[in-house]
Design a protein around this ligand. Sequence first.
Ligand SMILES: [Zn+2]
Length: 291
Amino acid sequence: MTFNDNSRIDSGKVSKRGRNIAIGGGGGAIVVVGLFILSQVLGVDLTGLAGGASQGTQSEQTLDCKTGADANASTDCLMVGAATSLDDYWTDTAPSLGIQYRSPSDFVLFEQSTSTGCGQASSATGPFYCPPDETLYVDTSFFDELRTRFGASGGTLSQMYVVAHEWGHHIQQLAGILGSTDHTDTGPASDSVRTELQADCFAGSWVGAASTIKDENGVTFLEPVTSSQIADALNAASVIGDDRIQQQSSGQIDPESWTHGSSASRQHWFEAGLSGGPGACDTFSVPASGL
Ligand SMILES: [Zn+2]
């Protein structure tokens, strides 16, 4: 998806942290977290996050992203553009779902590792939303991984889909859904999978409306989405389906361990939101056969 060059985006919605600078000369100053498994990509399942305080300091970098042209030119500014549009979209839309909206506390871009309200995160964690601090965390190197490791076709809409999915978890947090569902439950019709598919649906609903959302001057942020961009986003949803990841990593598919849903389900719910809006995203009331 392409930003209108003249639209105004807001750098204040995204923070960027530099690499950890180790303190002291001893080894192992940076907590290396290797506990994460691929199926937790894009999830709220934070089981693997290591506890403990950060052992380094991180510099806060200033993002200089002012216009849609900036968003079209760099990944960091693309994140700023997505955040600006998503925040506007949900400010307008959440009340219609009976949700009192507030922006996420922060949206943090980091490299390698960072401390979060959910423990220490590393690049291997994949993008995630941390409910206790209501913050999105993304290491943008994940977008390279989407292509090289997961085999996604790539494209900016697939990157913004990732952000929109995590923003969807924030909506669920505000709606009380994250606090009332069973995150230890796994399987194709589990609470975990229903939660993830709803976040995919919310992401689709934003994409469906994205070209109508305007900045403070009435300029639309995004140009109408093209079918090939939709195909990229659906492809991204597909390559991070539990069945696809299991097939790729072990050659065996074990539906009972699923936490995010199959490739087909993830695509189905993204499209449901895309065509039906957020009102079409009640993944909790449909029977297992409807997921
Ligand atoms: Zn998720």
